[in-house]
Design a protein around this ligand. Structure first.
Ligand code: KIV
Length: 269
């Protein structure tokens, strides 16, 4: 997917890249300076993720992140870029109550510069996703380990390991696609399940700890630069190793995603 720098990547660009079998390289981003570096390095999608709660705010989970904080960071990223696609997380508590309230909250992210919103959760989010997509807001669904449900999961654990849990995730993916989701993030699931879901859908899947057979990959920027505190999760590769600039680390990431060299066997479950 080679884009002239002045033409913004859209949901149609992503869909046609997917149809051509070209991999989508995504990273999280929260500010204008990094946004420009990442855009110049060839990233296709910037996810203004609620992981900013962890890596920017120093919180122990994403739960305290507010809609106003997300809007602020979406604006920062938007100002820093001209061509990259901007995806924004709907933070905890802003999409669970009703489709109508979700629409109002999502509309604020879209007005701030997001081109698509991401919503965590399985089949129970289908009605809301349909409501949004019928009203002009593209949605990326997010299944597997959904970090906003960390307290329900009892930690950041691999999902979809049992036959029943895997079946539920496969069904969720199809129901969310049917509801109108334009993209699907799959987090921390066995690689074989990630592959099965990817092959069953007609929309791009973006994996994070979901194996190599996804339509694209996403990582938390601070993790892949090796500047997050604590131990890196197994599915992360530190792309700063062996290079001397952020720009070339990100270029190497884009290339590794495009060629399928990342994720490698050691990054999968
Ligand atoms: O907020 C985030 O960084 C995310 C990724 C983990 C996909 O949602």
């Amino acid at each position: 997917m080679d884009q002239p720098v002045t033409k913004r990547i859209t949901v149609s660009t992503l869909q046609s890249a997917y149809q051509k079998g070209e991999k989508i390289a995504a990273l999280t981003c929260y500010d204008a300076t990094f946004a420009l570096i990442l855009e110049n390095a060839g990233i296709h999608v910037l996810l203004v993720g609620d992981s900013l709660g962890n890596v920017i705010q120093g919180q122990s989970s994403t739960l305290p992140v507010t809609l106003n904080e997300m809007i602020y960071h979406v604006r920062c990223v938007g100002r820093g870029t001209r061509s990259v696609f901007i995806l924004a997380d709907m933070p905890f508590g802003t999409f669970q109550v009703s489709p109508q309230e979700t629409f109002r909250n999502a509309a604020r992210l879209m007005s701030a510069g997001a081109q698509m919103v991401k919503i965590e959760g399985g089949r129970h989010m289908a009605e809301t996703i349909e409501f949004l997509t019928c009203r002009g807001i593209p949605v990326c669904a997010h299944i597997g380990l959904t970090p906003q449900s960390v307290h329900q999961f009892g930690g950041y654990k691999i999902q979809g390991k049992t036959t029943n849990a895997a079946r539920q995730l496969r069904e969720d993916a199809l129901l969310l696609q049917e509801a109108g989701a334009a993209m699907l993030v799959m987090e921390l699931i066995p690689a074989a399940l990630g592959e099965e879901i990817t092959r069953s859908l007609a929309i791009p899947t973006i994996g994070i700890g979901a194996g190599a057979v996804c339509s694209g990959q996403v990582l938390v920027l601070h993790d892949m630069l090796g500047i997050s505190s604590g131990t890196l999760p197994r599915f992360v590769r530190n792309f700063m190793m062996g290079t001397d600039s952020i720009q070339s680390a990100v270029r190497n990431y884009v290339e590794a995603v495009k060629t399928g060299e990342f994720p490698a066997h050691e990054h999968m479950f």
